[in-house]
Design a protein around this ligand. Sequence first.
Ligand SMILES: Nc1ncnc2c1ncn2[C@@H]1O[C@H](COP(=O)(O)OP(=O)(O)OP(=O)(O)O)[C@@H](O)[C@H]1O
Length: 324
Amino acid sequence: MQEAGAPFGAAPPPGIGADGAAIVTEGLTKRFRGGQIAVNTLNLAVPRGSVFGFLGPNGSGKTTTIRMLLGLVAPTAGTYSVLGLPPAQALPRVGALVEGPAFYPYLSGAANLLRFDSADPTAQRGTAKRRIADALDRVGLSAAAGKRFRNYSLGMRQRLAIAAALLGPRELLILDEPTNGLDPQGTREVRALVKEIAADGTTVFVSSHLLAEVEQMCTHAAIMRTGELVAQGTIASLSGGLVTRVRIETPDAADAARVLGTLGLADVRAAGAEVTAELGGHAPERINAALVGEGVAVRGLAVVRPSLEDVFVGLTGEGFDVDG
Ligand SMILES: Nc1ncnc2c1ncn2[C@@H]1O[C@H](COP(=O)(O)OP(=O)(O)OP(=O)(O)O)[C@@H](O)[C@H]1O
């Protein structure tokens, strides 16, 4: 049996039924008029309580999937449930940021949220002030609530957009590329906010084309490529299938390779002033001690853990043609 959370492509992971999942899709497919398949038989299982990174290069079908989940685009085929319910029933408990809401530059953050809330026919008018104060507090904008939107930094603007998605009690927050277009400071603010929201118990489903971002921010990920799911699981399990290596920088490469072989490390490779091998169960400090004990001049020793990028390249044979 496959371990829960292990990478897989075609079937939902064992142990995540509709009850334990924030989102389940089965065979979800979108073919646009003109024949283009944007999303192809997608089987996704997003565990409750996760920060789930929906990762893929531009054009891989992330936005189309999110739009289907939110009922904005009708699937061509397939089924899905949200919070264990048919999507229409679940949507009031889901906050979403797909294309950022258009805010008025001359209004304050709080006044913008009030306008936004007034446009929601399901929102209760009587509780608007409290809900807005709560949402501003949750995204750390209470002190700037009265400040005009046009004076907000990029990060504050995006945090306000996330506040707009949090105006009701939400069990699931869906964010489409929330750090796109932000400066480094804004990106840091939004990543920290996503973690805080998740720590409060809200499941966060966040799309990104940045591998490093998903690795830093998420507990789980699904990797998309040209409309197809390549892998999904916990971040650890996704990269756990690949081998951690040790890399030694030394002018004595031949001696170092011999010592690593004697210690029992597998797949020892020497190239120039660098020697690498599979780490296996060996302790790096013991490797270092053995090398030094044998008179090898160790200039550097690093444990190289596989990244999501390695997973992507391993699964598809292609580079992930974007950078952070
Ligand atoms: N309304 C549409 N009509 C036809 N094709 C579309 C439509 N919307 C998206 N597509 C196509 O479907 C594919 C997937 O697009 P989608 O926007 O879902 O990808 P994405 O991963 O979100 O990328 P990005 O980050 O660039 O938005 C792309 O090839 C896109 O050109």
